[in-house]
Design a protein around this ligand. Structure first.
Ligand code: ZN
Ligand code: ZN
Length: 309
């Protein structure tokens, strides 16, 4: 269950008549029209119907996600950051810059969902837990890397359920929060460290970003190789000087109508569409620059959102 900015919006998006048809079979791209989750200047729900799909909706069709019309999408992409809403009376609100957390190479619908998830106050139903990531080891060296990233209150219990899955060996790759020192990831020797607070929110942020990268194969594009976050971006300086922030995305990534989008395909072994398993096309298979799928793609995402939450 993901944290949701407001119960009002949630009701609207999940009561939409289009939602139930989302769990459509194999290969079919869900074509949806839902009501924009934006609020008009008059304070009313925006009545526009939108079809804009997020990568997340593609990989986790059952999860409710908000969609926005062009106008409201633009409004949501405009602010350069937000003030946190501290719980305690004495605590001070902190400024959070989006540019420090959301990579510019993500598609706009995903950037918007990350923004609204970041800004939403912690849900009361959220709970501490660990984020784990395991690989379903592929037989071939050119086969896409398949990594499952999930959340567990008790990873040791969960580990018992993992043996082989879909004919592949399950190998634990990482845990958040990480164990200090030489934390072994071997099953019989695993010791868990502290739990992350708000593990639902953390999982949601990680899933949003990974589904975008996986779907568009962004890790194989030149934009991905640029250092992120930028030490000091022009947008931030402009905002600091009181000028309006620059456009949140470069023209190269705006709109993101890339042809590399891969549909979710059923598992070759069990025929199911696997949720929360992210597959990453191998750089080698394309003859592209060397990208390490775990070290360069997945772990940095877990680590960055782990620090945020
Ligand atoms: Zn709208
Ligand atoms: Zn399977």
């Amino acid at each position: 269950t993901p944290p949701n900015p407001s119960s009002r919006r949630r009701t609207r998006s999940s009561s939409s008549p289009a939602s139930p048809s989302l769990g459509t079979p194999t290969g079919a791209q869900p074509k949806l029209t839902v009501q924009c989750a934006g609020i008009t200047k008059a304070g009313l729900p925006c009545s526009r119907q939108v079809k804009a799909l997020s990568a997340f909706a593609f990989l986790a069709p059952d999860e409710p996600v908000e969609r926005f019309c062009h106008q409201h999408a633009r409004e949501l992409l405009e602010p350069s950051g937000f003030y946190t809403r501290p719980r305690g009376q004495q605590a001070a609100a902190e400024w959070v810059s989006f540019a420090q957390w959301i990579p510019p190479y993500l598609s706009h619908p995903t950037q918007i969902l990350l923004r609204t998830t970041m800004e939403a106050p912690a849900s009361v139903s959220d709970s501490p837990g660990h984020i784990y990531a395991y690989e379903l080891r592929a037989a071939g060296r050119l086969e896409p890397v398949a990594l499952k990233v999930g959340r567990a209150g008790n990873v040791k219990n969960r580990l018992g359920e993992w043996g082989r899955q879909c004919g592949k060996e399950v190998v634990l790759r990482g845990l958040w929060p990480p164990r200090e020192g030489t934390g072994t990831l071997l099953r019989g020797r695993l010791r868990m460290g502290d739990k992350a607070r708000c593990s639902h929110r953390l999982e949601r942020l990680i899933h949003l970003e990974l589904s975008d990268i996986s779907l568009y194969s962004t890790h194989l594009t030149p934009e991905f190789a640029a250092p992120f976050p930028q030490p000091s971006t022009p947008a931030r300086n402009a905002a600091a000087a009181g000028r309006p922030p620059a456009s949140p995305a470069s023209p190269a990534t705006a709109g993101k109508t890339k042809p590399v989008r891969r549909p979710l395909t059923p598992c070759g072994e069990c025929g199911k569409l696997h949720r929360e398993i992210f597959t990453f096309e191998r750089a080698r298979a394309r003859g592209g620059p060397a990208v390490r799928e775990w070290e360069d793609v997945v772990w940095p995402v877990i680590e960055r959102w782990g620090r945020f939450v």
